[in-house]
Design a protein around this ligand. Structure first.
Ligand SMILES: *[C@@H]1O[C@H](CO)[C@@H](O)[C@H](O)[C@H]1NC(C)=O
Ligand SMILES: *[C@@H]1O[C@H](CO)[C@@H](O)[C@H](O)[C@H]1NC(C)=O
Ligand SMILES: *[C@@H]1O[C@H](CO)[C@@H](O)[C@H](O)[C@H]1NC(C)=O
Length: 165
């Protein structure tokens, strides 16, 4: 894989992560629901079912992409809604088989999809991320700060309950 392709994959993956954070307000708090007591009560994530369900999302996405002119496969304008449906599908299916979302299996599947469709896109072609640099920085930094704040809060709370105990 040459560097350009690698950069595109990273960009797409970053977009996917930012998307994830922005679209599911609950996912940040979900990640902190990992205390053993809560996981015990959850039904376990069935990975073989998840793999199957995610394949279904992928097949749907491939069908949708087949309607898009391959010449336009690097232009997000042409497949934004299909892509959105695809990520939404992986989220819904993950929850339906009691798995967290995003999860490593879904992420590696999405990378697989990206390699299939976007491996020929160069950075110049993918101007679609195109918000001004400031916006992009804010989009990236907000989740980062939120995560840090949540971690600080969790640490602070656990310290506090130590003191009270
Ligand atoms: C996961 O789902 C498959 C297919 O529905 C089922 O055969 C299997 O027993 C399930 N595994 C667990 C651990 O529940
Ligand atoms: C990428 O380019 C190669 C060589 O031109 C071609 O065989 C392949 O089908 C292309 N893949 C995509 C996803 O456009
Ligand atoms: C993507 O397609 C739209 C609509 O045809 C066009 O306006 C835009 O310039 C294209 N972007 C790129 C990077 O080719």
């Amino acid at each position: 894989m040459d560097t350009n392709e690698f950069v595109v994959l990273k960009l797409l993956f970053l977009a996917f992560l930012v998307n994830t954070w922005m679209m599911s307000g609950t996912s940040a708090s979900d990640t902190f629901n990992l205390e053993p007591t809560i996981t015990w009560q959850r039904r376990l994530c069935n990975e073989s079912r998840l793999r199957w369900e995610v394949e279904v999302c992928g097949e749907d996405f491939k069908k949708d992409m087949a309607h898009v002119d391959p010449e336009q496969w690097c232009n997000l304008t042409y497949f934004m809604s299909e892509y959105h449906l695809f990520t939404l599908c992986t989220e819904t299916k993950s929850h339906s088989v009691d798995c967290y979302w995003p999860n490593p299996l879904v992420e590696s599947y999405i990378i697989h999809i990206h390699k299939h469709f976007f491996s020929n896109c160069t950075v110049e072609e993918v101007i679609w991320m195109d918000p001004p640099d400031d916006t992009l920085t804010v989009l990236i930094l907000v989740p980062v700060f939120l995560t840090l704040a949540m971690i600080a809060l969790v640490v602070w709370c656990s310290k506090r309950s130590d003191l009270l105990a």
